[in-house]
Ligand binder design. Structure first.
Ligand code: FE2
Length: 391
């Protein structure tokens, strides 16, 4: 038996942000809290939402005291802001961290306590109330935060999450027009994050026919369009396909789960403040270099989906060609492909491994199990940029 969960309503397409009018009426909203990344406000992406709220005569407060990979204090301040404003609807417009804060704040606003109280690894409370309705509007094509029920927070040496069905969006609005001005590096990092969601979901031990169908469609869209979206950001079709690919990957990974790449990426974010998408991108080839023998039939299908040469090749050769192409993709979109490039030292690898192996919630979905030694070996490969490729 399998179940499949998604936001209650998903609105997509160019100009879909106009749907805010209907949402205001549906929820009979009178006081709206908007969370937006400072840069989103600066480049005018929150204007459309604000204009609609003004037209509808709805009181709103715009909150921008946010940051990527937010520590707990940023979350607590946001929760208090919603409580103090006495909002009846919360809208988040921004990258994954902004949407995570929106989810957590909307729910915690009507529950007692702090972010720390509800963390997955160390929290002591469980959410009792559903919280305020929330609308999530991504401005990047990648994180899938508008789809999932997870809010990620940075701790001193790693990350932890609040995860609960109450955090699922009431409405997710995916408007590709909001991604037209994304700079190449953000497009690349969020795009590889989306690809990682799709590939990790595809080989997850919890994958189903439905999540596989979604994962493969997301992989097709992203591998065909990511390079164009990065280097020709004004290409509307590439932006649309990336927005769709990200949503579809989000639906797949939310239900099948991500695993080793995300697990090992968490300490890179926690300890070295490497943005989430880049943490995944720098590990993606090396994790798959480790796990491919455990999911050979699916790696073979991926070789076809990646449009790699397949004639006369054995399944093993096809699998390692996928691994190699993941490393090539990182280079092609201008992202670092080794941990060295981030200033990480060989002496940091033990600490990374000790923190990475703690992410059991994620690692249990991996088709190949991890030990402390194999976890360290993956980090070491990523440190040096060396692939075994079945040798
Ligand atoms: Fe991710």
């Amino acid at each position: 038996m399998h179940s499949f969960v998604s936001p209650l309503k998903l609105v997509t397409g160019e100009g879909s942000i106009k749907n805010i009018t209907e949402i205001i009426n549906t929820f009979n909203a009178k006081k709206v809290m908007i969370f937006a990344d400072p840069v989103v406000v600066e480049i005018g992406l929150s204007k459309g939402v604000e204009e609609i709220l003004k037209q509808e005569g709805v009181e709103y407060s715009l909150y921008t005291d946010l940051q990527p990979e937010p520590p707990l204090e940023v979350g607590d301040k946001a929760v208090n802001a919603v409580r103090e404003f006495e909002a009846d609807l919360v809208i988040g417009i921004g990258g994954g961290s902004c949407l995570d804060i929106t989810k957590a704040s909307a729910v915690l606003a009507t529950n007692e306590g702090t972010v720390q109280d509800y963390l997955n690894l160390s929290g002591t409370k469980s959410l009792e109330k559903r919280g305020l309705p929330k609308v999530l509007i991504p401005t990047t094509a990648g994180t899938g935060a508008e789809i999932t029920d997870i809010a990620v927070f940075s701790l001193e040496d790693t990350k932890d999450v609040i995860t609960h069905e109450y955090l699922i969006a009431d409405v997710a609005i995916v408007d590709p027009e909001l991604t037209y001005t994304l700079p190449p590096r953000v497009t690349a990092a969020s795009g590889v994050d989306a690809l990682t969601h799709a590939i990790e979901a595809y080989v997850s031990v919890n994958a189903t026919d439905l999540t596989d169908t979604l994962a493969l469609e997301a992989i097709r869209k992203i591998t065909k369009n990511l390079r164009t979206a990065v280097w020709h950001g004004s290409n509307k079709e590439a932006r649309r396909e990336m927005a769709w690919g990200s949503v579809i990957a989000g639906l797949s990974f939310y239900n099948a789960g991500v695993a080793g790449v995300h697990a090992l990426a968490y300490p890179l974010g926690g300890l070295f403040k490497i943005p989430h998408g880049e943490s995944n991108a720098v590990l993606l080839p090396y994790v798959f270099d480790y796990i491919w023998p455990s999911c050979l039939p699916k790696m073979k299908i991926l070789a076809h989906e990646f449009d790699l040469p397949t004639e006369g090749k054995s399944d093993r050769e096809l699998a390692v060609s996928v691994v190699k192409s993941l490393q090539d993709l990182g280079k092609d979109v201008g992202l670092p492909t080794t941990l060295k490039e981030y200033g990480i030292k060989e002496s940091d690898l033990d600490t990374l491994a000790e923190n990475g192996i703690k992410q059991r919630r994620l690692l249990v979905r991996s088709p190949k199990a991890y030990t402390l030694e194999t976890t360290r070996a993956v980090y070491e490969a990523a440190y040096n940029g060396t692939l075994q490729l079945g040798k």
